[in-house]
Design a protein around this ligand. Structure first.
Ligand code: GDP
Length: 369
């Protein structure tokens, strides 16, 4: 007799309340035999992975489970939100298993960008995070760009191992896995997860042609990303769909730029200079004088300054201020996790304040482009 409270596919504990969480099964489907979670159901019947999310503690437990296996770990990060989507301390949690870093969404960067330079940038950032990388792969899961390298690198580094795919939410993990399923899996075979009875990994095993499994894990939710704290219907405006068109502003000190009603960029001190905004094109940028900024926000939030709407703003954390000092001659980005970045090429230095919802990570980094 199978224990009825667990998915017969992946072993996750079943629940009927929250579709975005692991183990979700619609009430009606509980009558079926065997009972499998919606995520396993979709892969089995529609050849399609769907994102599910878990919190920090469950995620770390999941990573710890990987440490006990002999596997290849594929860490997907979002190039648009690199610092926000990289998993801190990943190496520590997955033990001795090698890590492949797949940097997704390169289609968002301007065409003709120097990929060697980009790769070096990624390498440097990953090293700072203590990740020992087998390889870095730049790709676009959505467009298929660079996918041959994903396959090639998987084949090269996998050996005789299973592959765990880990990442934060919204990095494109399901998009990537669906591409793998479409092109490289053999779903004539059953979901093989029953081979791992009672597993607590909450991971879905997808058989590939060569007899090995790709293992899809839930995405971790990081509250320091704008994408995780905006309401669902604002998410589409924040996530760029295609190549970002940078917008250049020549600003004088004491000028402010609103990014919708999601964040505010104050150029506090410094000579007149240009700032280049890399954000989704669905967001309104609005320039004003710093001394007018508070008043403008109070009067026009949710309408002129949008998204989100005024009602949605009520549900979001209030803004906090981050003071950033750009040194003379530095070429840096003001990075706002999940929202984008502002390139500063400062001959003269600049003092900048960024106002963003409390908790959203704001920082200076070496310029990406
Ligand atoms: P998951 O939560 O990691 O499984 O992410 P999804 O696969 O659901 O993708 C999250 C969002 O990113 C969706 O809006 C996708 O359309 C988008 N996305 C995924 N891959 C890419 C990509 O390569 N380029 C771009 N521009 N968007 C992508």
């Amino acid at each position: 007799q199978q224990e009825t409270s667990r998915c017969a596919g992946c072993g996750v504990t079943l629940q009927t309340q929250t579709p975005s969480q692991p183990g979700y099964v619609p009430e009606a489907a509980l009558q079926k035999e065997p009972v499998i979670c919606q995520r396993c159901f979709r892969i089995k019947n529609y050849n399609e992975a769907a994102s599910v999310a878990i919190d920090q503690d469950d995620f770390l437990r999941l990573l710890g489970g990987i440490a006990a296996t002999d596997s290849l770990v594929v860490h997907i990060v979002d190039l648009f939100d690199f610092e926000g989507s990289i998993i801190p301390g990943l190496q520590r949690f997955v033990g001795n298993n090698p890590v492949l870093l797949v940097v997704n969404k390169i289609d968002l960067l301007p065409r003709g960008i120097n990929t060697n330079r980009l790769r070096n940038w990624v390498q440097k950032q990953a090293k700072a995070q203590g990740i020992k990388l087998m390889d870095i792969i730049l790709c676009s899961a959505k467009r298929g760009t660079g996918f041959e390298y994903v396959i090639e690198s998987l084949a090269k580094h996998r050996g005789d191992r299973d592959v765990y795919v880990v990442g934060a939410t919204n990095v494109g993990k399901s998009t990537l896995i669906n591409r793998l399923i479409r092109d490289y899996s053999d779903l004539e075979r059953e979901l093989t997860t029953s081979r791992y009875p009672g597993t607590t990994l909450d991971a879905v095993h997808i058989p590939l042609d060569d007899g090995h499994d790709i293992i899809d894990t839930p995405g971790i939710v990081y509250q320091h990303r704008m994408t995780e704290i905006v309401p669902r219907n604002v998410l589409q405006a924040v996530l760029p769909e295609k190549e970002i068109k940078p917008v250049v502003y020549q600003l004088n000190a004491q000028q402010t730029l609103f990014i919708g009603a999601l964040a505010r960029f104050d150029f506090v001190e410094g000579d007149r200079q240009s700032f280049t905004f890399y954000v989704a094109s669905g967001l309104n940028l609005h320039r004003t004088k710093l001394e007018r900024a508070d008043e403008l926000f109070a009067e026009h939030k949710g309408v002129l300054l949008a998204p989100p709407t005024a009602e949605q703003l009520e549900e979001m954390p209030a803004w906090t201020r981050h003071r950033l000092s750009v040194k003379r001659g530095a070429e840096v980005d003001v990075f706002i996790s999940g929202l984008g970045w502002i390139h500063v090429n400062s001959q003269v230095g600049a003092l900048i304040d960024v106002h963003a919802p409390k908790g959203v990570r704001v920082m200076l980094r070496d310029a990406l482009i």
